[in-house]
Design a protein around this ligand. Structure first.
Ligand code: GLU
Ligand code: ZN
Length: 485
């Protein structure tokens, strides 16, 4: 029975790398009929943030990724917040102490700080094992002075930690190359990441740990800890790095990285899921489109890639456009409305006359949307007064003057008045005839008309826009444009 987990530390917003880890664990559980656990690793109280915790719930809720066990829904291995499990880490530290795998260290922060600065000067890293061989009397006297110790793991000088990574094969590291005697339990009773992570993966009966390659360097230490505690380690699979196009680890420098930013920018959750699933996994050489349901069936660890996954913002945008076009008009109305409301173009609520206008316009703009947030600017001309959106110069096509532009607008005016008497094709033919008559390109006829009725050179298809606006309003706008000229 597969049991996997996502174990985020609530210190920042959920980013692409974390979501990829969560998604692959989720998919692995779903594809094998196993369980997916959310465990919150909140033992670093200095970096803990309540907003970050709420962001975990909000992000995955929006993405449609859910867990079978977690702090919000409970489960048989809870609690799922590490800060509520402190007595278990204390007990594990005691086990390590009683087995001779750990020792108490009473060194003052000042001493450790001095070690660090000397070390960085001499190129020596880490703790000098000062307290490794303290006698009972020495420990007693430290305690009598009121000093509470930390618990450090005894890293053996001999031997090698080794494990089979599902993706990377055999990974080995000599014990003597591990950081000397890392802290397991701090003096305030909180565990460090390593101890809490290993204790919980064992107690929660996690069978497979799929995590980012950033954690690969910690795994030999974890293997040693499992041995010290007398537990069988789970299987490990370290997922490839996610980089920008420059090969550097994906970061803010490259663009949006957090779920909430992508959401604000107007990405659909299904587009993000589809794209993230392809960061280090592929089904075959050709298939690109996958719904979450399909991924839940098709995902296998065998099809993970070792090579770093390059995050391509353009490709994600392309996916998004595709998913927008695949939306029903009703769903699109629902997901677009918040953006249009935010732009002040639509009153909240579904019943306003403006809502009706937006509903009718959806088939027209669907093809043009790459991001949901593109909607306000495309729909503005239907919902607001555009008189101040453009200047007289904006109306005049290149290499033409005001007079010629005026003449063209006057020539198309009667056609617009008769809008309902033409189908799209014959209306375009009439525009073409005007172009011929004035010895110019069709584009030069359409452009001033487009600016006049939509206020912008980039609008949804012109004839469709005219129809949505209606002949009367369109004529009023043409007249306003003529007046400007
Ligand atoms: N709390 C760690 C993190 O923030 C967990 C790493 C792991 O999956 O072991 O990513
Ligand atoms: Zn010490």
């Amino acid at each position: 029975m597969v049991r996997v987990r996502y174990a985020p530390s609530p210190t920042g917003l959920q980013h692409i790398g974390g979501v990829r880890t969560a998604l692959f664990n989720y998919l692995y559980a779903r594809s094998t009929g196993g369980s997916f656990v959310l465990r919150i690793e909140d033992t670093d109280r200095e970096r803990y943030s309540e907003d970050a915790l709420q962001d975990i719930y909000a992000s995955f809720n929006w993405l449609g990724v859910s867990w079978d066990e977690g702090p919000d829904c409970g489960g048989p291995y809870g609690p799922y917040l590490q800060s509520h499990r402190l007595e278990r880490y204390r007990a594990a530290a005691d086990t390590l102490l009683s087995r001779g795998w750990a020792y108490e260290c009473f060194c003052s922060p000042e001493r450790l700080e001095a070690l660090r600065s000397e070390g960085s000067r001499d190129g020596v890293v880490g703790y000098d094992r000062h307290c490794r061989e303290l006698t009972d009397e020495q420990r007693f006297s430290y305690r009598a002075k009121g000093i509470t110790p930390v618990v450090r793991l005894k890293i053996p000088d001999q031997g090698t930690a080794s494990f089979e990574d599902l993706l990377l094969g055999t990974v080995k590291r000599k014990h003597k190359d591990l950081p000397p005697d890392p802290v397991m339990l701090k003096s305030d009773g909180f565990p460090t990441y390593h101890l809490a992570n290993v204790v919980d993966d064992h107690e929660m009966q996690i069978t497979h740990v799929l995590r980012a390659q950033e954690w690969l360097s910690s795994t030999p230490l974890h293997i040693l800890l499992y041995e010290a505690l007398g537990h069988e380690p789970p299987k490990f699979c370290h997922l490839p790095f996610v980089t920008g196009k420059d090969g550097q680890k994906l970061s803010k420098r490259h663009g949006a990285t957090s779920v909430i930013e992508f959401r604000k920018q107007g990405y659909l959750p299904e587009a993000l899921i589809n794209y993230i699933a392809l960061l280090g996994w592929s089904y075959d050489d050709s298939r690109e489109f996958f719904t979450l349901d399909e991924l839940e069936e098709l995902f296998t660890v065998e099809k993970l890639n070792k090579a770093p996954a390059v995050f391509d913002y353009k490709k994600l945008e392309w996916f998004n456009g595709n998913y927008i076009r695949a939306c029903s008009d009703a769903r699109l109305f629902e997901v677009l409305s918040p953006y249009i409301e935010q732009a002040g173009l639509l009153p909240a609520g579904e019943q306003s006359p403006q809502a009706e206008v937006v509903r009718n316009a959806i088939p027209l703009v669907k093809e043009r949307l790459k991001l949901l947030s593109d909607a306000p600017s495309l729909l503005r001309f239907l919902l607001a007064d555009i008189g101040d959106d453009y200047t007289a110069e904006d109306l005049v096509p290149k290499k033409m003057d005001t007079g010629a532009t005026k003449a063209l607008l006057e020539a198309v005016r009667p056609l617009v008045a008769q809008l309902d008497g033409y189908d799209d094709e014959s209306l375009e033919n009439e525009f073409r005839k005007v172009a011929e008559e004035y010895d110019t390109k069709l584009g030069n006829v359409m452009m001033p008309l487009r600016v006049a009725v939509t206020g912008s050179r980039a609008s949804p298809p012109l004839i469709g826009s005219l129809r949505l606006l209606g002949a009367d309003r369109a004529l009023g706008r043409i007249d306003a444009a003529l007046a400007k000229l």
